[in-house]
Design a protein around this ligand. Structure first.
Ligand code: SAM
Length: 472
């Protein structure tokens, strides 16, 4: 098997020998200041880095250079994403699953968790609870089970979610995180109006992948790894990739992740829309210590910084698997989207108290959405509930060109402010409202075009008067 970025075969575009050689090259050059300087110089052009170059930065051992890496990541984040952070919540539809994933409590052999699948009435209840928190963007999650969770069930749920309009609430973007499937099913998801299709690779190491997925359809590494190509063939041009850090060596995963991004760009002309960086967490019968690849918070943050530098146009997502402390640190280095107020159990949002019996993993950030919004603003980030891009047809390469042209500041920035205003009026506590109004006033001035500033001011008044859903 030879490495070939354009191949459609998993083992050629995620090539084991190429990854091992990359990791070796990075290790050999971790103190090669001349090379590191050259790579940093290239990175400053903000056009990204290859997996080899980025792996050298990840391995870099020199404190001064590591600080340069962090500073550059922070600067690139500011240039492309400003101080906006997009908010979303996961919605668990069903924990029925036929796979045997060793790290996930939903695995088939786990007989001591109740199995639950939401009816459409229950989906509606969850959506109302999520709308009442202020959410506009969801990521739906389900185990893999062709009998209990067929594609028709997922499509029904998407329809229900988009149909619910409770008070001023609405879910305007549904991202989908379900198992690898066929081109035909991806086409159906696209036709249902989904935002991003998300699928974590879990690990790029084929040998370990097969051990970690001993049974069920997910055992097939090639089918799983080639899923994003099928999704693109089915017309979905916003795809989200990720690995579950802790399962395998992080250096291997990092190179694999970037090779996957390079492959999508080379074949489809558009890289991944987002990269997620989940870490394995304790759950029902899962003890993360059984996988001895856990990584320190410090290295985790360094990974995020190097991803930011390597793929400047790709959004980065961090979930409530991480503590508020880690989230605070990592957001600064390049994250553009976070979940807030999450419940990872099936039917969790409609319950008064957080249920634990069907939780997919322990949540480490238990704050409410209002508390997360309040915290972000105190850290000088604009919480954004914007969902405009895909609704305006700015997906795939059209989104990327918006990023590259710098027009994002005339578009995403005002959209963030207008959706924040909606949140403040409809859902925020008094304190959040107070901080938010001051933030909007201050941030309007950072919209480059005066004409756009003027339109935003007019629309903010209209939002005060009850209108909703303005967007550029
Ligand atoms: N079932 C779908 C699949 O097979 O891809 C995806 C949905 S699953 C609910 C979402 C993700 O949760 C998985 O891809 C995995 O990376 C992550 N996950 C599973 N167990 C976890 C654990 N114990 N801690 C943290 N994340 C976990």
């Amino acid at each position: 098997m030879e490495y070939n970025v354009k191949s459609m075969k998993a083992e050629e575009f995620i090539n084991d020998a190429e990854i091992l050689d990359t990791v070796k090259y990075a290790e050999e050059n971790k103190n090669n200041i001349e090379l590191i300087d050259k790579i940093l110089e290239k990175a400053r052009l903000r056009k990204g880095l290859s997996h080899r170059e980025a792996s050298v930065l990840l391995a870099c051992d020199n404190e001064e250079k590591i600080n340069e890496i962090y500073d550059l990541a922070e600067q690139i984040k500011k240039d492309f994403y400003g101080n906006r952070i997009v908010l979303f919540a996961p919605l668990y539809l069903s924990n029925y699953c036929v796979n045997g994933c060793l790290y996930c409590p939903y695995h088939l052999k786990n007989k001591h968790i109740p199995r639950k699948k939401l009816t459409q009435e229950e989906v509606a209840k969850e959506v109302i609870a999520l709308q009442d928190m202020g959410h506009k963007r969801l990521a739906i999650e389900a185990g893999e089970d062709p009998v209990n969770n067929p594609i028709e069930y997922i499509l029904d749920c998407i329809k229900t979610i988009y149909s619910i309009k409770h008070k001023n609430g609405a879910i305007r973007r549904v991202n989908v995180n379900i198992a690898a499937t066929t081109v035909e099913n991806y086409r159906k998801l696209k036709d249902a109006g989904i935002g991003t299709y998300i699928l974590f690779q879990e690990t790029y190491n084929k040998k370990n992948y097969e051990i970690l997925h001993p049974t069920g359809p997910k055992h097939n590494y090639d089918y799983h790894t080639e899923a994003m190509d099928r999704a693109m063939e089915g017309g979905i041009d916003d795809v989200g990739i990720g690995v579950l850090f802790g399962l395998d060596n992080y250096k291997y995963e990092f190179a694999g992740l970037l090779m996957h991004a390079e492959h999508l760009e080379a074949v489809h002309g558009v890289g991944p829309h987002t990269i997620s960086v989940p870490r394995v967490k304790p759950a029902d019968d899962i003890d993360p210590n059984e996988f001895d690849n856990s990584l320190s918070d410090e290295m985790f943050c360094k990974i995020a910084a190097c991803i930011r530098i390597a793929v400047p146009y790709t959004g980065m997502i961090i979930s409530t698997r991480e503590t508020p402390e880690v989230r605070a640190k990592i957001i600064r280095l390049g994250v553009s989207q976070i979940s807030g107020g999450s419940r990872t159990s099936v039917g969790g949002y409609a319950e008064e108290e957080r249920p634990h019996d069907t939780e997919q993993f322990d949540v480490s950030d238990n704050r409410t959405l209002d508390e997360v919004v309040n915290w972000l603003m105190r850290e000088d980030y604009i919480p954004s509930f914007c969902t405009a891009c895909y609704r305006e047809g700015r997906t795939g390469d059209r989104f990327m060109s918006l990023c590259k042209s710098g027009q994002i500041q005339n578009c995403c920035h005002p959209n963030a402010l207008m959706t924040l205003k909606e949140f403040l009026i409809d859902y925020a506590s008094e304190d959040t409202k107070r901080i938010g109004e001051a933030m909007i006033e201050k941030e309007i001035k950072n919209i480059p075009k005066e004409k756009v500033q003027q339109i935003v001011r007019e629309r903010l008044v209209k939002i005060e008067n009850g209108d909703r859903d303005f967007r550029f």
